[in-house]
Design a protein around this ligand. Structure first.
Ligand code: 0X9
Ligand code: ZN
Length: 316
């Protein structure tokens, strides 16, 4: 089944990726960077043309299981890159100049669970270190976006931030990197740290292009550059369908939370341009965004990302 403009379950997404790879073997390289708690592949897709050791862009999606528009948007963008190569000169240049790494389903077990058992599941499905609380309530799963080892269970200003209760949707884990899924992401990023120029984590919903830091109201020293690139992204995004995005740090425009992937990518892996992108909508449909909006969200988000990369290139 062609998943462009569609929502697919975990197995359908893996099959779509494999089929694309076999029809475009010179543009796509697949690699498993780890396994989920239940043993599913953490499948990373590298898209790029000739040349090794190119600068690279990282895009993950599906850290939160119920945010189905995020993996669907990665699929849309991967397809645009692949199918426009050699046809659209801007996209051709973006693939000649950069390697594009996609982790379309960063939380495979949670994503599968949100398709099969609970549409609003957010976390992983792990049950590590069972304690009395787990025994009694059988609560499973950790919020991967609270589990990275930077400001873990750090500054917090709302119920969304860093729960110690394994039954909560934002449970941060028993310790930083308690989850094999966050470890797989971190290890790959650290190994490829020198090449990675931009880290993007696709989420939903809110229509926000979030800048670091997620855990603090204090801006990073290079905040003007981060804002310049984010503004270029949201203005290009707006031109496509008129969708309005806010730009700023979560602590200021959303809520503060520590242990997030993009803060870790900037603070620890030193990737300067690190963003969390909260896709459509602003709450009318929320996580259950209708299928007819998958393609428009893909189009506008891809326009935003291309503009961000072009704007980033103006610094060097
Ligand atoms: O709470 C989150 O992890 C993100 N929002 S979501 O609705 N997709 O769950 C926002 C993450 C922003 N990053 C940090 N606050 N660290
Ligand atoms: Zn999310």
């Amino acid at each position: 089944r062609d998943l462009v403009g569609e929502y697919g379950d975990f197995n359908e997404i893996m099959r779509w990726i494999e089929a694309k790879q076999s029809s475009h073997p010179s543009l796509i390289h697949l690699q498993d960077i780890g396994r989920s708690y239940e043993g599913r592949s953490m499948r990373l897709v590298r898209i790029g043309s000739r040349g090794r050791n190119k600068p690279a862009i990282w895009i993950d999606s599906g850290i939160h299981a119920r945010e189905w528009i995020a993996p669907a948007t990665s699929i849309y963008i991967m397809n645009e890159l692949i199918e426009s190569y050699g046809i659209d000169s801007n996209v051709t240049a973006l693939m000649d100049d950069f390697d594009w790494y996609f982790l379309p389903v960063a939380n495979p077990d949670g994503y599968h669970y949100s398709h099969s058992m609970d549409r609003f599941w957010r976390k992983t499905r792990s049950l590590l270190r069972p304690n009395w609380y787990h025994q009694r309530y059988r609560c499973q799963g950790v919020d991967l976006n609270r589990n990275f080892d930077f400001e873990w269970r750090g500054h917090c200003d709302s119920m969304h931030c860093r729960s110690r209760n394994p039954c909560d949707a934002s449970y941060a884990g028993s310790q930083p990197f308690s989850e094999s899924e966050s470890i797989a992401v971190a290890n790959f990023i650290l190994r490829n740290q020198g090449a990675l120029k931009m880290y993007l984590s696709l989420h939903s919903y809110s229509q926000m292009w979030l800048t670091p830091w997620g855990n603090s109201r204090r801006p990073p020293a290079d905040y003007p550059d981060l804002i310049r690139v984010a503004n270029a992204a949201v203005s290009a995004l707006h031109e496509v369908n008129g969708t309005e995005y806010k730009v700023g740090s979560p602590a200021v425009i959303l809520y503060a939370a520590g242990g997030g992937s993009y803060d870790w990518a900037k603070a620890i892996a030193n990737i300067k341009y690190s963003y969390t992108v909260e896709l459509r909508d602003t709450g009318d449909y929320g996580f259950v965004l209708p299928r007819r909006l998958v393609r428009p969200v893909g189009e506008e988000t891809w326009a935003g990302i291309k503009a961000a990369v072009e704007e980033m290139k103006t610094d060097t």
